[in-house]
Design a protein around this ligand. Structure first.
Ligand SMILES: [Fe+2]
Length: 460
């Protein structure tokens, strides 16, 4: 595959320049060189998704999805592969997502945002469409619709409950029903779909679960037909829409959602949420997020900084309190996935100098018990992407494990897979796996531990 001709670099938007720019080749390499020592407990696949457009795109979010994966086993980096997700949008020049009658073909999408493992399937995700099922070697099997039961798009940020193994997610749409919640059991069966009442079409990128609740974010970045008509990314800030957080009991109905009005803001990504006791029987929900005071008022191609922020939603009194937890500009917040929906002490994020679109500089570890934030500086010219926590084993403590993610070295224009010790976060990496090509800055990845099953999916 090759790129189309591109304009001069200085005329390109940020997402087409430097290490945001796409790579041209699909590469396979075995037995990768390692500096340091890979922990032998790391047996599985680290895989990350991101946009890798074949031509110049008008927005960072609009490139074709490409997976970059590294297989670790026995203290070795067994292989690296990068593969475009073979979507119809990639393969068919005239793939028509919105049909002539106005309906949307959910089997067409970029599959560029996240990649997860659940119930033996590896799913590449984008929030506009059905998931795409992938093999453990990153080959495309096809779109996956939960045996025909899924009838909405699927967010790129589903949540796996560590206690039940259920997969919770939602789909949002620019026409009614605007928001639908779905629950998949641990075996992979879609067992519940609920329409969630919201006031209009907004960009709902992510959500949260707790052990007892599901938390929705109804925030004022709204769908804009005006921007769509001009070929731009079709969402913008609204001063009129308002901002709400909705809490639904797990297993509840859309009509059971309790809404909390909050100060207008935007959130792409929560860090986590959990239940805590309150004055009455219903208790409180704590929601930690990367919060933008405002987003895309004038320009959907400009990203201002977000910071770590806590909402406390009191289900007994119907009141909400807000608290800034830290001042560093961040994105890509993550916790130990074993604590999804449960109280967490540690969190992780990538810190930007000021705006998304510049090179990230450091990664952060928040200790929300002591209030201490530790930074890992990857060295001059070395810029991290999202880091994923991998526990050292079953029953390991919350900081007993490793942070894994890709780091770009501007001096060599090359990338490494870096492994940090969570308990010595600001210390030198435990291991650095040297990759055969650079990995562009992308979005989200996950550690998929062995055993990895071969998966399934329907070819288009
Ligand atoms: Fe995201």
């Amino acid at each position: 595959m090759s790129l189309q001709a591109s304009p001069p670099a200085e005329d390109l938007p940020f997402h087409m320049r430097g290490n945001y720019a796409p790579v041209r080749e699909e590469v396979t390499a075995f037995e990768l060189p390692v500096t340091g020592a890979l922990p032998p407990e790391l047996r599985g696949l680290y895989v990350r998704n991101g946009p890798n457009p074949r031509g110049v795109t008008p927005h960072w979010f609009l490139g074709h999805g490409m997976l970059h994966g590294v297989r670790l086993e026995g203290g070795r980096a067994a292989w690296y592969r990068n593969r475009w997700v073979q979507t119809r949008e990639l393969l068919e020049e005239d793939a028509l997502r919105v049909r002539e009658d106005g309906s949307v073909d959910l089997a067409i999408g970029l599959a560029n945002t996240n990649v997860i493992g659940h119930a033996g399937r590896i799913l590449a995700l984008v929030e506009t469409s059905f998931p795409t099922c992938m093999t453990p070697e990153l080959e495309t099997l096809g779109t996956y619709e939960f045996s025909g039961r899924l009838n909405t798009p699927m967010t790129a940020h589903p949540k796996i409950c560590p206690q039940t193994g259920e997969l919770h997610f939602f789909g949002y749409h620019f026409a009614p029903p605007f928001l639908t919640y779905h629950r998949v059991d641990a075996a992979g069966n879609l067992v519940q779909s609920e329409e969630i009442p919201v006031r209009g079409a907004t960009m709902i990128h992510d959500f949260a679960i707790t052990a007892r609740h599901v938390v929705f974010m109804d925030l004022p970045v709204v769908f804009s037909p005006r921007l769509l008509e001009t070929g731009r990314f079709p969402f913008e800030w609204s001063d009129d829409y308002g901002a709400r957080l909705g809490v639904m009991p797990r297993g509840g109905r859309g009509s059971d959602v309790c809404w909390f009005e909050i100060e207008p803001c935007y959130v792409f990504h929560p860090l986590n949420a959990f239940d805590e006791p309150g004055a009455g029987s219903r208790g409180r929900v704590v929601l930690d997020v990367a919060r933008y005071p405002e987003l895309w008022r004038d320009d959907p191609e400009v990203f201002t900084p977000a910071t770590l922020h806590r909402f406390r939603l009191d289900l007994d009194t119907g009141t909400v309190s807000e608290q800034g937890l830290d001042d560093h500009p961040i994105e890509f917040p993550r916790v130990d996935d074993r604590l999804t929906g449960l109280p967490h002490r540690f969190g992780y994020a990538v810190s930007n100098t000021s705006h998304v679109g510049e090179r990230p500089t450091r990664a952060l570890q928040y200790d929300l018990v002591t209030g201490r934030t530790r930074a890992h500086d990857f060295g001059p010219g070395r810029a991290p992407g999202e880091l994923v926590f991998v526990p050292a084993g079953h029953g390991a403590a919350e900081d007993e494990g490793w942070l894994v993610g890709y780091v770009h070295d501007a001096g060599r224009d090359a990338s490494d897979l870096v492994v940090l010790d969570a308990a010595r976060f600001d210390g030198p990496p435990v291991a650095t796996v040297h990759l055969p090509q650079r990995v562009p800055f992308g979005f989200h990845g996950n550690w998929i531990a062995d055993p990895i099953l071969p998966g399934s999916g329907s070819r288009f």
